[in-house]
Design a protein around this ligand. Structure first.
Ligand code: ZN
Length: 175
C-alpha cells in the first residue's frame, strides 16, 4: 500500500526495541506517523501481538454489546450503506434496485401489461398514477398490477408517500 508520493503508508521497521508484550526483539515493530503533529512514534507491541490485542478488544466490545448497540443506533445509516448510497456510482445502484423492485412486483401477463398501459394512458390531466399498496411499503409490498393503481392529485401523492391509509382508499370501483 502506498500513497501518491510513492511512500509506504505505514513504514515497518525493526526498531530493535523489545515488544512490551512478548519481549522479543526480532519481530517487527511498526513506526507510525502522527497525522496532526507529524511526529513518528513506535508502537510498543510487535505486529503479531498488536493483532492479538485488537482481537481481544473486539471480543470485549462484543461481550459488552457494543456492536449490537451501534447497529441499533445507526440502523438507518447501515441500511443506506447496504443499499449503496455511499458508493461512487450510487445513482446507478439505486436505479437498478428500483427497476428490480418494479420487475419483481409486475404480474407478467399480457392482460396485466395491457391494462396497466391503458390505466397510464387514460390518466386525467393534472393527476398522477399511484400504487394503492405501495411497492415498497413499511408493512406490506403491493404489486405493479392494474387493480393496485389509482389516480391521485400530485399533492396527495407527495403526502401519501409509501403509506397506506383509510384516507387514500381507492375511489374508483373495480370492474
Ligand atoms: Zn510481541
Amino acid at each position: 500500500m502506498s500513497n501518491q508520493k510513492g511512500q509506504p503508508k505505514n513504514p515497518k521497521y525493526r526498531t530493535g526495541k523489545p515488544c512490551r508484550k512478548c519481549g522479543s526483539t526480532k519481530k517487527i515493530v511498526i513506526k507510525r506517523k502522527n497525522p496532526s503533529s507529524g511526529e513518528t512514534y513506535t508502537t510498543n507491541r510487535c505486529i503479531p501481538c498488536s493483532r492479538k490485542q485488537v482481537l481481544k478488544n473486539n471480543n470485549k466490545k462484543r461481550k459488552e454489546g457494543y456492536f449490537l448497540k451501534y447497529q441499533q443506533n445507526n440502523r438507518e445509516h447501515l441500511r443506506e450503506y447496504q443499499q449503496g448510497y455511499y458508493t461512487p456510482d450510487k445513482h446507478r445502484v439505486r436505479n437498478g434496485m428500483n427497476k428490480k423492485r418494479m420487475r419483481q412486483a409486475t404480474l407478467n401477463t399480457s392482460e396485466n401489461r395491457r391494462k396497466v398501459k391503458e390505466f397510464y394512458a387514460n390518466r386525467p390531466d393534472g393527476m398522477e398514477v399511484d400504487h394503492i399498496y405501495p411497492l415498497k411499503g413499511k408493512t406490506c409490498s403491493g404489486l405493479h398490477v392494474w387493480w393496485n393503481l389509482q389516480y391521485l392529485p400530485p399533492s396527495d401523492n407527495r403526502s401519501k408517500s409509501n403509506k397506506v391509509s383509510e384516507q387514500y382508499q381507492p375511489t374508483r370501483t373495480l370492474s
